[in-house]
Design a protein around this ligand. Sequence first.
Ligand code: 0PR
Length: 387
Amino acid sequence: MREKGRKKEDIFRDLSNFQDLDMTFDSGKILSSMCTKPDPIGMEAYKMFIETNLGDEGLFKGTSMMEREVIKSLGNLLNLDHAYGHIVTGGTEANIMAMAVAKYLFEEENDGIPELILPKSAHFSFKKILSMFSIKPVYVSLNDDYKIDVSMLEELITDNTMAMVAIAGTTELGLIDDIPCISKIAKSNHIYLHVDAALGGFMIPFLNYKNNNQINFDFRCKGVSSMTIDPHKMGLAPVPSGGIIFRKKEYLEKLAVKTPYLTKDKQTTIVGTRTGASTAATWALLNYYGMDGYKKIVMDTINLTDYTYNKLRTMNHVNVIHKPELNLVSFTVDNMDVDILQEKLKYYGWQVSVAEYPHAIRIVLMPHVKKQHINQFIIDLKEVLNL
Ligand code: 0PR
């Protein structure tokens, strides 16, 4: 570190130079991200609560009250009357908390090596979990629709099965597993079921809202023990804002650690010091948009996804992998490897990702992506492919 501090103007000029190297959501060129430009209301609320620390809740009683209200609202969104959980840093931490609970519950009755039944479509946060907690993965195969092959599940269950994971909005394809069926299997075998709805949690309830065609993926399925639902994805909250919701108080309590000299006698989070700003931003946004507001945001992205899907589907030499269920589209092209295509699109400023399974270009249509961006993307794609 330098001996003497620098002038504010110089620092901010340098900061601005760093910022110039970043991509922006406003450019519309980021087609690879499940995050998006945070909503101004959320940012204002975030700034207002920037000094808070929910790790020492008693100092910030109002913020703590807000967290309980947010958890209640997220629980309601997922059809759970009494929800227990926290606003955390994101889907990874939420998944870690769920798996920590499942492991504690398992260890109360079993001293074998815990096994987790999960699909290979599970987010890579589960790879971290498997290694952190020394859990043995038991991979359930996917069916032709890239969803958990439910016919395979029951035979994978052993005395050492600690939990099952299903996904509502897979990271690579945005697909929703057959949660009602998986839930039945979990319930009848007394197995903890975690649904990772990091993405879908802030989309599916709004698709269901005022719609007879319900997608059942949440706590209405009685075998679901916990769910991840991330406000910093389709909830438009600034990063970091993830959500973990448990069906029962006793699940969350499994994480409790005594905190003798703090203003509250225990913590039920993994991290200690943690911002209340994320909670404030999420509280503000839930109240600002309400069901109607979020429905519009979600429908706009779904409509743009359909638009993109139809554009790609009707292009020569382009093979779309699946009909979108949420806001992701994936495709391969004849005569060009997708890794090369990804690089070529970078010359045009586009950032797309390459999914691992299936190996394909993956586009995420978040609210910062508009129709004019997709039209330009299609023009550039045609040029790259010499169409
Ligand atoms: N579960 C699912 C289903 C996810 O898709 C993700 C992240 C997580 C859990 C983990 O969430 P956190 O990253 O909040 O811990 N999905 C995105 C992905 O891996 C995260 C992301 C967001 C990646 C923005 C890139 C990016 O620019 O694609």
